[in-house]
Design a protein around this ligand. Structure first.
Ligand SMILES: Nc1nc2c(c(=O)[nH]1)N[C@H]1C(S)=C(S)[C@@H](COP(=O)(O)O)O[C@H]1N2
Ligand SMILES: [Mo]
Length: 199
């Protein structure tokens, strides 16, 4: 019975069409961290957006949590080939955070507590495509999965979803982040299998 219900959950009708090329489905939630889990006390936590013109927009933890939130249910795809369907999050849309940000920049460099960075075009953060997520599956986001808050950009490989997110720097030029400098693809579209530089 265990085997039947597990197989049933893992292979709903239509799942195959939701799986990008070269990916397999998992029910687990693997942890992938390039270093130790940083611990950020909430009274010292902040999130910033720095524009190319030098303006800094800043939110502390209470301010972030007071913003209107959304509860996206999304599929996530890690470049190490696992995908997880229908993951349930709560967080603030980047559209809300960018409401008062004046910028003509085309690129964003996301940085995390602990030093991780990742880059993406600014447009990939806007129009309902990205969130600062602080709850997962009905619970506060666990530290190992990026708590107190992480970026969630499900339409790109999951390395773009920076855990322990600290801020976004807006840039006129594209600056590669941690994995992008190490040979991973600059953009990382799982549907075009953009795993490595040159794919
Ligand atoms: N700060 C930070 N964010 C990160 C990473 C990391 O090492 N440090 N790893 C990335 C990678 S490669 C993946 S697949 C996902 C993994 O998230 P998870 O550990 O919650 O599954 O986080 C991404 N965000
Ligand atoms: Mo990853």
């Amino acid at each position: 019975m265990g085997i039947i219900s597990r197989g049933f959950q893992g292979r709903r009708r239509g799942d195959d069409e939701r799986l990008p090329p070269g990916q397999y489905l998992t029910e687990d939630f693997p942890v992938l961290s390039a270093g130790p889990t940083p611990r950020v006390p909430l009274d010292r936590w902040e999130f910033t957006i720095d524009t190319e013109g030098g303006q800094v927009h800043r939110w502390n933890w209470q301010e972030l949590r007071a913003l209107p939130s959304e509860t996206p249910t999304v599929d996530i795809h890690c470049v190490t080939t696992w995908s997880k369907l229908d993951t349930r999050w709560q967080g603030v849309s980047l559209d809300v955070l960018f409401e008062d940000v004046e910028t003509a920049a085309e690129y964003a460099l996301v940085h995390s507590y602990g030093g991780y960075t990742t880059n993406l075009p600014l447009e990939d953060l806007l129009d309902g495509k990205a969130w600062i997520a602080y709850r997962y599956d009905g619970e506060e986001l666990e530290p190992r999965h990026g708590g107190p808050a992480r970026l969630l950009v499900p339409h790109l490989y999951f390395w773009k979803s920076a855990k322990w997110v600290r801020g976004i720097r807006l840039l006129n030029e594209d600056w590669p982040g941690f994995w992008e400098t190490a040979g991973y693809h600059d953009y990382g579209d799982p549907w075009r299998e953009q795993r490595y530089e040159g794919d």
